[in-house]
Write a protein that binds this ligand. Structure first.
Ligand SMILES: [Zn+2]
Length: 570
């Protein structure tokens, strides 16, 4: 289906629309997310500094869109049951995929990287036909599957999964002592890099079993609750794990190594730690921070979201990843981020960045998840803000202010935080730092901490275990605050520039004119101005207003540590 004649973006979109139209009466769920149906989601005009976007390929659309053969079904459960051979560097086995049809149909879309072979797909004992197109595997059924009915297929596959992309995908590695160390990290490339699944963000299984057969003597740590291990009698042992909550595909992880285990607990939440034997003593000291982390986040948001599955930290050779209930840790058992002062203001060396950041994702990313990769700030902006909350809870408000403002130096403002929807696009790194600075700004817009703490607590609780988009976040905040915050969210998330407070002084009259310069015409935001020891709050809009001030231009201050804004004075 692909060809060089589809390299032009408009041709692809046109083709895609034909492709989509082929689906019998697409559901409203699909229409609501269509790039074509919602002009508001079109890529904003490029600025001089913005990088040129790569052409969208059909593979991007198959991978990123919630297409007709995804929208017609709802995932219920996976049982991934595989054998990992460190000698041959292969993975083989099956994923049993249980789903409910939402519409009558004879085809569903699953995904598996083209580097891996599909051995067979069975419905009961009936072999099913399938068609592969880039990473997609379209599975065809001989009879109509009926809306409302549940089905289970067994998807058998094998091969050598790729070690690729920023986080490694699937790696057959060795630990420093030369023993096998095999691990996954596939958020960017997608879980179909190493196992067959419905590889998108919108739909999650309700639960999942993970069974991994590995040579005797090695340990596999995957997500969920450890059920037990079984000696298979052929030199291999199968390790069984049970995930009892919805889980993002990319969170599903294998960590196979010569791990040793120790444990602790916070209240009745079990904490389990898996590290290489050489690192045991260092880990026992460093991982004590997990307790304070859990306490801080529970303080703000409520109970750890995956209690039945427990909380684990698992040593890996890369820096870290938020694998649900089995957080990957590779921060060298030191504070800061890989030994560095992460925000450069002396606060980061007080804690282990990877424990605090990656575990924060249990609340935002894993419990509250984005429904499309375009809105990944819901994971990263919020979790970066959770770091700030951890600092506030543990070290106090002053450190938290220093810490969050330290992030300003990392903000680029080169393209909007929200990326193009439906093509598995990765948003820019501003989603982390600018995202956190925006939430800190919002706290000061609310200007009532008791209200802010209740608001973010209730927001989390409201959307826990759901997959949401930015519109859901904005609607919730508008509704709860009874404020019209949409232009504020849009300015920070859908435009490149942050707002600028324009000030024009007339010192002879003792007045200053003020307004916001912003892309959103309805942008309005109160802000503290004047004297730092006695702030005045002005309700600035994009229209000029005038206030009296006894302060001269150079003495007139703006609380840019509480609001992430530019100021221009004339
Ligand atoms: Zn993160």
């Amino acid at each position: 289906m692909t060809g060089s004649n589809f390299c032009r973006r408009f041709a692809q979109v046109a083709f895609f629309l034909v492709f989509m139209a082929a689906a019998a009466h697409s559901s409203t769920a699909w229409q609501a997310t269509s790039t074509a149906a919602s002009p508001v989601w079109q890529r904003p005009p490029a600025t001089a500094a913005a990088p040129t976007p790569a052409p969208v390929t059909l593979a991007d659309i198959l991978r990123g869109a919630y297409g007709p053969y995804r929208v017609n079904n709802d995932l219920l459960s996976y049982h991934l049951d595989i054998r990992v051979d460190p000698e041959k560097q292969t993975v083989s086995g099956k994923n049993s995929i249980r789903f409910k049809m939402l519409q009558d149909g004879t085809r569903i879309q699953l995904d598996l990287h083209s580097a891996l072979g599909v051995d067979k797909v069975l419905l009961g004992t009936t072999p099913l036909q399938f068609v592969r197109d880039s990473g997609a595997v379209f599975v065809d059924f001989p009879q109509m599957l009926r809306a409302g009915q549940e089905y289970t297929i067994d998807f058998y596959y094998s091969g050598h999964p790729l070690t690729t992309a920023r986080f490694g995908g699937f790696t057959f590695g060795k630990d420093p002592a030369g023993r096998p160390w095999i691990y996954t990290a596939c958020e960017d490339i997608g879980a179909s890099d190493w196992w067959p699944n419905k590889d998108q963000w919108r739909d999650e299984v309700e639960n999942m079993q993970i069974s991994v057969a590995i040579p005797n003597g090695l340990v596999d740590v995957s997500n969920g609750k450890f059920l037990g291990k079984t000696d298979l009698g052929d030199g291999y042992t199968r390790w069984d794990w049970l995930v009892q909550y919805p889980i993002n595909n990319y969170d599903v992880a294998l960590n196979i190594g010569n791990y040793v285990h120790f444990s602790d607990q916070v209240g009745d939440l079990p904490l389990d730690f898996y590290v290489l034997p050489e690192d045991l003593e260092k880990a026992k000291k460093q991982f004590a921070q997990a307790k304070g982390m859990i306490e801080a986040y529970e303080h703000y948001f409520g109970e750890y979201p995956f209690k039945k599955d427990g909380y684990k930290l698992v040593e890996v050779p890369y820096s870290g990843m938020e694998h649900q209930s089995a957080v990957a840790y590779g921060n060298h058992f030191t504070n800061g981020y890989l030994g560095r002062d992460w925000t450069g203001v002396g606060v980061s060396p007080k804690f282990d960045f990877i424990i605090i950041h990656e575990s924060g994702h249990e609340w935002f990313g894993n419990a509250v998840s984005a429904a499309d990769r375009s809105d990944m700030w819901i994971h990263e902006g919020w979790t970066t803000y959770l770091e700030v909350l951890y600092v506030e809870y543990t070290f106090g408000h002053e450190d938290a202010q220093k810490y969050v403002n330290g992030y300003k130096a990392k903000v680029q403002n080169r393209e909007p935080i929200i990326a193009e929807r439906g093509i598995a696009a990765t948003p820019p790194q501003d989603m982390y730092f600018k995202g956190a600075l925006f939430l800190n700004t919002l706290r000061n817009v609310i200007n009532d901490d008791a209200r802010w703490w209740a608001l973010i607590h209730d927001f989390y609780q409201h959307f826990k275990y759901q997959n949401i988009m930015t519109e859901d976040v904005v609607a919730y905040f508008n509704q709860q605050t009874q404020l019209y915050l949409t232009p504020l969210f849009d300015q920070y998330l859908r435009h490149t520039a942050i707002p600028t407070l324009e000030l024009k002084f007339n010192e002879a009259d003792g007045t200053v004119e003020y307004r916001w310069q912003a892309d959103e015409p309805d942008f309005a935001m109160p802000i503290r101005v004047g004297k730092r020891t006695d702030w005045q709050i002005i309700q600035a809009t994009t229209y000029w207003q005038t206030m009296k001030t006894p302060l001269k231009k150079n003495d007139f201050d703006v609380a840019t540590d509480l609001y992430f804004v530019n100021v221009s004075k004339e």
